[in-house]
Design a protein around this ligand. Structure first.
Ligand SMILES: [Zn+2]
Length: 365
């Protein structure tokens, strides 16, 4: 339908906009990479490591565009960025460069399969068509299944021609040690809160300062993730989660009703949110103040939970949530969402000896 197509085209355009922008807090890292490029040269394979929203993909895109740019001269050490004018740069901006290959999963929560890595290997077996080299981007590395990882490992062991591989992951622990040892690490850090909020204000001038700060906090300080959160209305989703949890723990609503309401959302979002709330309880329990948790506006309710929590039970649940989150991120989580949520809700309820009363809705958010 025309409307859907227009919407899809807009989404594609938005996604490209994110890639094409310069991320201010990664500038120092960029300068460092340029220095390395004109010096010893960039390695065959780099591992861009950083939390979601720190700008891994824009940085990888910037690197790729620079490496492929026809105006960049390796010897003169004059170029600090791609020219944005040449044929190669124009093709990169348009998303149709023949020497650039993106290896990713079909959808969130799906694995990267061996077929995709085979296509990557086919691509690298050819010679560059326009530029002096080829660039491959792999995202997210966590989503590779074992067969795909092994196929990628072969590529890393036997680099073919002039090529660069840019691999992206969120945590080092999720990357195979054999892949780790064959790549050079590039660590991306989230910016200082002040810089992140200034950037978010520029991106979303109509959002309230309160919402920006809240989204940033819930997204672990990753501004790009916070922007996506706000654009997709996930902050409202957070308020709904809180209400549902309060209703469940105060016995105002039945297990099946709560589970049904939670199952409407993407399972990984729900699990990540739950992990965040559980961490908040632990932090407040260990003496942190409201400004140090991801739900500062709910510190009173969370404080009530802290007072009745069984630390051991909560810790067990927390481990379970993290394990599920890990499986979902690597595309292995073949769960029945409502059954899983029901069992977690029961574990959650049992983590508290007493259930606190529900706050009135006026105090939410
Ligand atoms: Zn160029």
């Amino acid at each position: 339908m025309a409307v859907d197509e227009a919407e899809l085209a807009q989404q594609g355009k938005d996604a490209r906009q994110v890639l094409l922008q310069d991320i201010p807090w990664n500038q120092e890292l960029w300068n460092d990479l340029i220095k390395r490029y004109h010096g010893a040269g960039l390695p065959h394979a780099s591992l861009l490591l950083g939390n979601e929203g720190t700008g891994r993909r824009p940085l990888a895109f910037k690197m790729a565009k620079f490496l492929l740019c026809q105006a960049v001269d390796k010897k003169t050490a004059k170029n600090n960025d791609s020219c944005n004018q040449c044929h190669s740069c124009k093709l990169m901006n348009a998303g149709s460069h023949p020497d650039y290959f993106i290896c990713d999963h079909e959808a969130k929560g799906k694995q990267i399969k061996i077929d995709t890595v085979r296509k990557l290997n086919d691509f690298l077996s050819k010679t560059p068509q326009i530029s002096a080299c080829q660039v491959v981007q792999v995202y997210p590395l966590e989503a590779m299944n074992p067969n795909a990882s092994n196929a990628l490992l072969k590529t890393l062991e036997e680099p073919s021609g002039e090529s660069y591989l840019l691999l992206m992951a969120e945590r080092l622990g999720t990357v195979l040690p054999t892949i780790r040892s064959r790549t050079q690490r590039i660590n991306l850090q989230p910016p200082k809160t002040e810089q992140a909020l200034a950037w978010l204000t520029q991106r979303l001038p109509n959002a309230s300062a309160e919402d920006l700060a809240l989204a940033l906090r819930q997204c672990g300080g990753g501004p790009l993730k916070a922007e996506r959160w706000l654009r997709e209305g996930l902050l409202e989703q957070d308020a709904t989660y809180i209400t549902l949890m309060q209703k469940w723990l105060s016995g105002q609503q039945q297990l099946q009703d709560i589970s049904k309401a939670l199952s409407k959302y993407e399972l990984s979002d729900t699990i990540n949110w739950w992990t965040g709330l559980s961490l908040d309880i632990m932090k407040l329990g260990m003496g942190a103040d409201a400004t140090q948790i991801s739900h500062p506006q709910q510190s009173e309710w969370i404080g009530q939970l802290v007072a009745t929590v069984s630390k051991l039970k909560l810790l067990t649940l927390q481990n379970k949530l993290q394990e599920i989150a890990g499986r979902l991120a690597s595309g292995q989580g073949n769960y029945n969402a409502s059954l899983l949520i029901e069992s977690l809700l029961l574990d959650w309820q049992q983590s508290f000896t007493q259930t606190p009363s529900t706050q009135t809705s006026s105090t939410q958010r």
